[in-house]
Write a protein that binds this ligand. Structure first.
Ligand code: NAP
Length: 530
């Protein structure tokens, strides 16, 4: 996205569209919308009054413009309207953000775990008390339906709450010595300054899933949100300041992605990179981390199989596959990318699934009843079109959908493709859009082979009523997460991460803390001395 030299005010048009809220929503959304606003200007005023419509970067506790004054426009993907402009930052701002995090590390890491925990808990409380405003921001800049945005705020906040608690549970070890006048201790200590680079598809949760454990462990952070969704990140940072997280512990820079990324990679003060995004960028960051030998965690792309066996409960399989595929219009790393259906249930499943897909209401995420918002940008839409064209040219049937939506912008019809095969691009690559490819299989072995025939290994789903099969298939799948008879499985208390090229490390759960801790062995010797 281009940087602009003149700052642009929030567009009245964008906010007028937000005003649709008051006119079209019914309960419970109408209630929420009344709370948010019935008038467009009041919506902006409310966000401004709450201090949540932040349009500058955060360095050392100060809100800062780009040093050269350049800005990036943040657009509403449902309307194309400009919501706000934010600074287009680069190397200099990132260097200062790193210094600020580095200087703050010595004090933040020395607080007791209980003191850090209290700050995080307060941050959680503030996020929850501003849930509606944050959800509105997410829908405005990312496009997902307001109901999903509210869900993301709860999910994102839960990481802060969970890691506030985990801050107090960092345990070391005492190892039985091999020489009797020694004692062998294992300490766990914060890794240092963390660079956190996050994507646009979960503007809040992908940040809290990293920043929560980092701060809990005593690390300080420089966050780089996606240029498409910086406003939610800045609002969350504002609440972190209000919660008493000290200036410099959490810094936010955005703008020129490669300049910011390279500055984080080259700095010897940054000891850890944590990234969620595409596999291509993840590989670059992994290579770039080598020069300073940083710790690195990567949450990368998926290519999730969703396997429906003949013995599945049809209703459960349709509901679960629909949720796994069409959440966030198919723009999540754990979205079902290939729906593998056993031949005995294929026709029944395909008919019921297509009917459910046809019922999905597409539209602006602020309008009541919308369950499918726009794609994030034109490039995402073109990628979906290319993959559908490739599949149909190679023999796939369009069961429903299959083209741009009549609403225009970046809306795409919820689509089901039948008779997909391994030669099609959609079998190999993440479509990251509302397209569900159906493939037939005969045996359990064939399904496992098809499911594992990919470089990705993030999420997989199976639908079956057989307990022995549940065990067999779950163990055979080369994936970091497996959902059985369930399409929505992410939670802050369970480990999230991929096998193979879907990433390194885990986020969420007690395992998520390990990513931000160094292990130190201390040998106390000569204990028989004085
Ligand atoms: P992306 O293009 O890789 O961008 C992710 C982040 O990296 C953004 O902040 C982006 O900045 C930044 N970036 C881009 N080029 C960079 C560079 N050279 N150096 C440093 N940073 C750079 O991915 P995306 O399109 O936003 O997200 C979609 C991808 O994320 C999908 O593949 C999805 O599967 C994956 N994802 C994975 C998980 C998981 O947990 N495994 C979760 C969510 C998404 P700008 O946006 O400002 O350019």
């Amino acid at each position: 996205m281009a940087c602009f030299s003149l700052a642009t005010q929030p567009s009245p048009m964008a906010m007028r569209r937000a005003g649709l809220l008051g006119r079209h929503f019914a309960s419970p959304f109408r209630l929420l919308c009344r709370q948010i606003s019935v008038e467009p200007q009041a919506t902006v005023d409310r966000l401004k009054e709450s201090g949540l419509l932040r349009t500058q970067g955060l360095i050392g506790g100060k809100w800062i413009d780009a040093y050269d004054g350049k800005t990036i426009q943040v657009q509403n993907p449902a309307t194309g309207d400009v919501i706000a402009s934010v600074p287009c930052m680069g190397r200099n701002e990132t260097t200062n953000a790193i210094s600020s995090a580095y200087n703050t590390f010595s004090s933040w890491s020395k607080l007791t775990a209980s003191e850090r925990s209290k700050c995080l808990r307060k941050w959680y409380d503030l996020i929850i008390s501003h849930k509606e405003d944050l959800a509105l921001l997410i829908t405005l800049e990312q496009g997902k339906p307001l109901k999903e945005s509210l869900g993301e705020v709860s999910y994102g906040a839960a990481f802060i709450e969970f890691f506030a608690e985990e801050a107090k549970r960092i345990y070391g070890d005492i190892i039985a010595p091999t020489i009797d006048d020694r004692r062998l201790l294992v300490l766990k200590q914060p890794v240092g300054v963390v660079g956190a680079i996050t994507p646009w598809n979960f503007p809040l949760a992908m940040i809290t899933r990293k920043v929560g454990p980092a701060l809990a462990c005593g690390c300080t952070v420089v966050v780089k949100p996606s240029e498409y969704t910086p406003l939610t990140a800045l609002a969350a940072a504002e609440l972190a300041l209000q919660a008493g997280i000290p200036p410099g512990a959490l810094n936010v820079v955005m703008g020129n992605a490669s300049d910011i990324g390279d500055t984080l990679l080259e700095s010897t003060q940054v000891r850890k990179i944590t990234f969620t995004g595409s596999t291509a960028v993840g590989k670059k960051l992994m290579a770039g981390s080598a020069s300073t030998v940083k710790k690195i965690s990567l949450e990368l792309g998926g290519n999730a199989p969703c396997i429906v066996f003949d013995d599945a409960d049809l209703d459960v399989a349709v509901k679960g596959s629909l949720a796994a595929k069409f959440r966030n219009s198919g723009q999540t790393c754990v979205c079902a990318n290939r729906i593998l259906v056993q031949e005995g249930i294929y026709e029944k499943f395909a008919n019921a699934f297509a009917k459910a897909v046809q019922a999905l209401q597409v539209g602006n995420g602020l309008i009541e009843g919308t369950v499918q918002g726009p794609l994030i940008n034109e490039a995402a839409l073109e990628k979906v079109e290319t993959m559908v064209q490739d599949a149909t040219a190679k023999g796939a049937d369009v069961v429903t959908g299959g083209k741009r939506h009549s609403l225009g912008m970046t809306f795409y019809e919820p689509t089901v493709l039948g008779n997909v095969n391994k030669e099609m691009l959609i079998f190999r690559q993440e479509v990251f859009g509302p397209v569900a490819p159906l493939m037939r299989f005969k045996t359990e072995e064939e399904a496992i082979q098809m499911a594992n025939d990919t470089n990705a290994g993030l999420a997989a789903y199976i639908f079956t009523t057989s307990m022995p099969r549940t065990w067999r298939v779950s163990e055979a799948l080369e994936y970091g997460l497996v959902g059985v008879n369930e399409g929505l499985i992410s939670t802050e208390v369970a480990p999230f991460g991929g096998f193979k090229q879907s990433g390194l490390g885990r986020e969420g759960s007690k395992y998520g803390m390990d990513e931000y801790l160094e292990i130190k062995y201390v040998c106390l010797g000569n204990l028989k001395g004085t």
